[in-house]
Every structure is written in structure tokens, then in C-alpha cells.
Design a protein around this ligand. Structure first.
Ligand SMILES: C[S@@+](CC[C@H](N)C(=O)[O-])C[C@H]1O[C@@H](n2cnc3c(N)ncnc32)[C@H](O)[C@@H]1O
Length: 266
């Protein structure tokens, strides 16, 4: 398996990490001074950034709730970040089986502390670009068995990955999943260019986690054999219940430059 090349040593507290910057902007506490300084610098340039980050997590919540309503009781999540602030096992009913994963060893170490004592929840180290290494783990086999009609999270990560890696990951997951499985995913939308887009791209280049910006059409072209569920690719705010606190403000500010979709294996 090729080693990750675009990910700095995230356990190195002298280098800001995208995952910990995200945690800080979500209001979490698993970050270092170097991350807070970097995040504050970005927020100064792009004041709406914390709202966008919350929007990404809200989309995850909306997708998970809709899948629970559809009867899903198994979730496999990639690039999970910390399982705090409205993450899957906090939303799902007791007994739901959840396997989280992340490439950042510090995130994984903290996260394993958070979920220890929950026998149906696991957090493993793994690269979203190579899901096959996660699918082979004993804990995945133990929790999910051979019925892979489950819900898959691929959220808040597409913009850090090259097209070929996303296509590979979705292809491997399609082959592994059982018919009826669903996958939620979000991305940026360069059809909506804001003055912030360049600033964000430059910021992540500086912290050595370059972002890949796509149009809606490019995003859709990555899905391979997965079918896009109605109502198709939508701005993230369109997935949210309208009574979510702060949503009106967020909607005005994003204008649709973050988009998400739910895919299905038919
Ligand atoms: C923006 S957070 C997304 C968190 C969560 N999925 C959500 O939607 O709220 C991005 C996470 O991706 C992780 N990450 C970055 N590159 C990755 C990769 N190649 N494989 C797995 N995780 C990765 C980071 O460590 C970080 O925790």
C-alpha cells in the first residue's frame, strides 16, 4: 500500500493539522496552539469559515438521521475526525454499530479514548484513499459480519483527495457493499466562486494539505457505479432542517459552494 504523500506528520505538534484545525473551528478541544494560531489566521481572512465547518458536520448529522429513518444500523465512516460534536454514535440509537477511521494517529488515539467502553463502536487508523486496508480489519468483520447493506460516510474529505483516489475508494466500497448500501459525501463547488475560495486554497497549501476544487459535474463524475439518490447533489444547507439555529445566516453566506449527495448501491 503506498504511503500517504499529501499528509504531514499529524502527530507532530509543531505543524498545524487540517483535522485539528477543523476540531478547533467546531468548538472542540483536541488541538494544539499551533493549530489555533493557524485557524485564527484563516478565520481572520475568511470569517465565515467556522460556520462552513459546522455546516459540514450538520450535513453529516442530516445524512445519518435520514439513514437511521431508513433502518440502517451499521455505519462505516472514513476520515471521521474526532467523534464529538454530533458525530454518528451520538446521533444513532444505542446498539448501532459504528466503525470510524482517520489517517491522523493523534485523532485516532484521542478518539479511541472517547469511544472506549462502547462495545459496538470502534475507531481505527486508516487512509480513506485505500479503504481495502480498513475493510480487511477483524473489527470490521466482527461488527458488520457478511451483510454489508450499511451506511458509509465519506464526508469532509473529498477536497483533500485527488480524483483518482476518490474513484478508487468508491469503486472498492461499491464492490464490498451489499445492494441497498448508501454512502454520503460532500465537496466544494467551484461553480460558485467566492473571494474566499482562493484564500482557503492558499491556506491549506501552506499547511501542506492542498485542496482540490471541483465543479458539480466533476464531483458527479467521481461516483462510478453508485447511483445518486434524489434529490441529487444539493448545497449542504439544503439538507438541513430549517429550524437549525443559525442556518439562515449560513445559507446566505455559503451560497452553495459546499455540496453534498447521498449515493446508493442498487
Ligand atoms: C474536515 S475533517 C472531516 C471530519 C468528519 N468526516 C466530518 O464530516 O465532520 C477531515 C478529516 O480527514 C482526515 N484525513 C485527511 N486526509 C485523510 C486520508 N487520506 N484518509 C483518512 N483521513 C484523512 C483528517 O485527519 C481530518 O480528521
Amino acid at each position: 500500500m503506498p504511503e500517504p504523500t499529501n499528509t504531514p506528520s499529524i502527530s507532530d505538534a509543531s505543524t498545524p493539522s487540517a483535522g485539528r484545525i477543523y476540531d478547533y473551528m467546531l468548538g472542540g478541544h483536541h488541538n494544539f496552539e499551533i493549530d489555533r494560531q493557524a485557524a485564527d489566521g484563516l478565520i481572520k481572512q475568511v470569517p465565515e469559515m467556522p460556520q462552513w465547518v459546522r455546516l459540514i458536520r450538520w450535513f453529516l448529522g442530516a445524512a445519518v438521521r435520514s439513514m437511521i429513518d431508513d433502518g440502517f444500523s451499521k455505519f462505516l465512516d472514513f476520515a471521521s475526525g474526532l467523534p464529538t460534536v454530533d458525530h454518528i454514535h451520538q446521533i444513532a440509537p444505542k446498539g448501532t454499530k459504528v466503525v470510524y477511521s482517520d489517517v491522523d494517529p493523534v485523532t485516532v488515539a484521542y478518539a479511541q479514548e472517547i469511544v472506549k467502553g462502547l462495545p459496538e463502536v470502534a475507531f481505527v487508523l486508516g487512509d480513506a484513499r485505500r479503504p481495502e486496508s480498513i475493510l480487511d480489519l477483524d473489527v470490521v468483520k466482527r461488527l458488520f459480519g457478511s451483510d454489508h447493506r450499511l451506511a458509509i460516510g465519506f464526508n469532509g474529505i473529498a477536497w483533500f483527495l485527488e480524483d483518482k483516489d476518490i474513484m478508487h475508494a468508491l469503486d472498492v466500497l461499491y464492490d464490498w457493499a451489499s445492494p441497498g448500501a448508501k454512502l454520503f459525501i460532500c465537496d466544494t463547488n467551484v461553480n460558485v466562486v467566492t473571494s474566499s475560495t482562493d484564500k482557503i486554497a492558499e491556506f491549506y497549501k501552506q499547511v501542506r494539505q492542498p485542496v482540490f476544487l471541483r465543479s458539480v459535474e466533476q464531483f458527479e463524475s467521481l461516483f462510478g457505479r453508485w447511483t445518486i439518490q434524489e434529490p441529487g447533489v444539493q448545497p449542504l444547507e439544503a439538507w438541513l432542517p430549517i429550524d437549525r439555529s443559525g442556518i439562515e445566516k449560513t445559507t446566505r453566506r455559503t451560497g452553495g459552494n459546499l455540496i453534498g449527495a447521498i449515493l446508493e448501491k442498487r
